[in-house]
Each structure stands twice: as structure tokens, then as C-alpha cells.
Design a protein around this ligand. Structure first.
Ligand SMILES: Cc1cc2nc3c(=O)[nH]c(=O)nc-3n(C[C@H](O)[C@H](O)[C@H](O)COP(=O)(O)O)c2cc1C
Length: 179
């Protein structure tokens, strides 16, 4: 009989605090999801849950907390702008992560081809429409169809790791073909 395996390092109960702590080890980028609301006012929020889903058709997704006051203003916009933020845009990220009715005040933005809202200075952007929404615990998973996209400023990305903002550093062992 083999010895029972020891519990992996750092094991513990699944509490919201531990969940945040453990998932915080998974570094992510951050994107701004923004559009004009039904009254023509800019609305948006910062999301680290943004990810690519499918190439054909082109689909992306992000998750929004049920408590979001921005999402009800955004979800019926015909087109949503997704701006991938660079590390020079930490103040914009913080502003979009705050609560309040006028979160884009002072943020420089441009309309996308279909009229969504793109944050100026982003390192890449997509214009999407909401295709589906799936309830998932205390969040909804939003699936979006991509209609237009483009690259932006040649700046390093804004990244978050263990709740702290930072940026990208290529691994010393990275080669030119490690794309
Ligand atoms: C780095 C970062 C990532 C975030 N990612 C998400 C996310 O993926 N989904 C989400 O609902 N909120 C996320 N938030 C919080 C929202 O940006 C925002 O604070 C929240 O939606 C409350 O604002 P609202 O009521 O205007 O929506 C994130 C905040 C930060 C700073």
C-alpha cells in the first residue's frame, strides 16, 4: 500500500477571501467595456475577466457582477467598445473601477466605427455586440460577437497580479518565435 499523498501546499477551505487570494495568482490584463447609454451618456467598467472565446465566428467574453450599476446601462447598447488598457492607463482603470454615475468624466474617448465608446490611448480595441448572457453565480457571463477591431498604442499592457497593478516583462528565456 502506498502512503496517502500529503495535501498540496496552501490548501484551505473555499471561502470568498481564499477564492480571491488563490485566483489572484492568475495574472490578467484589464479592459474597459464602454458605450453610450440610452440617454447618450458615456458608461463603462473595468474588467479583468475579458478573454477570447472563438476565432470563427469571432467571439469574446467577460463576466459582470450582479451588483454592477454600469452593466444595466451598457447591456442594451447596440455596440460595446472593449479597450485593452496599457500600463500608462492605471488612472483610467481606477476611474472605471470606481462607483458613480459619471465614471468617464475627463476620460478621453473616441467612437468606434459602429458608435461604441473606445478609450483613447488603449493598446488594442474591439467593437462588439452582445450575443448572449449566461447567469453564473453572482456574475453573468457575457458573450460578444466581434465586428471591428484594431491595434492601438505600442505601450506595455496593464496587468494585475495578486491584486496589484504591474506590467509585462519578457522572460529572459523567451525567443523571437515564442508568440
Ligand atoms: C483590475 C480590475 C478588474 C475588474 N474586473 C471586473 C470584472 O471582470 N467584472 C466585474 O464585474 N467587475 C470588475 N471589476 C470592478 C468593476 O470595474 C467596477 O468596479 C464595478 O463594476 C463597479 O462599478 P459599476 O457599479 O459602475 O459597475 C474590476 C476592477 C478592477 C480594478
Amino acid at each position: 500500500m502506498s502512503e496517502p499523498l500529503a495535501a498540496p501546499a496552501g490548501a484551505g477551505a473555499v471561502t470568498p477571501e481564499r477564492f480571491r487570494q488563490v485566483l489572484g495568482a492568475f495574472g490578467t490584463g484589464v479592459a474597459a467595456v464602454a458605450a453610450l447609454d440610452a440617454e447618450g451618456r458615456p458608461a463603462g467598467l473595468a474588467v479583468s475577466s475579458f478573454t477570447s472565446v472563438s476565432l470563427q465566428p469571432p467571439l469574446v467574453s467577460f463576466c459582470v457582477a450582479d451588483t454592477s450599476s454600469s452593466w444595466p446601462r451598457l447591456r442594451d447598447a447596440g455596440r460595446l467598445g472593449i479597450s485593452v488598457l496599457g500600463d500608462h492607463q492605471l488612472p483610467v482603470c481606477r476611474q472605471l473601477a470606481a462607483k458613480g454615475p459619471d465614471k468617464l468624466r475627463g476620460v478621453d474617448w473616441r467612437p468606434s466605427p459602429g458608435g461604441a465608446l473606445l478609450v483613447a490611448g488603449a493598446i488594442s480595441w474591439l467593437e462588439c455586440s452582445r450575443q448572449d448572457e449566461y447567469p453564473a453565480g453572482d456574475h453573468v457571463i457575457v458573450l460578444c460577437r466581434v465586428h471591428h477591431l484594431g491595434t492601438g498604442e505600442a505601450e506595455p499592457p496593464l496587468l494585475f497580479h495578486r491584486g496589484r497593478p504591474g506590467t509585462f516583462r519578457a522572460h529572459p528565456a523567451a525567443g523571437p518565435s515564442d508568440a
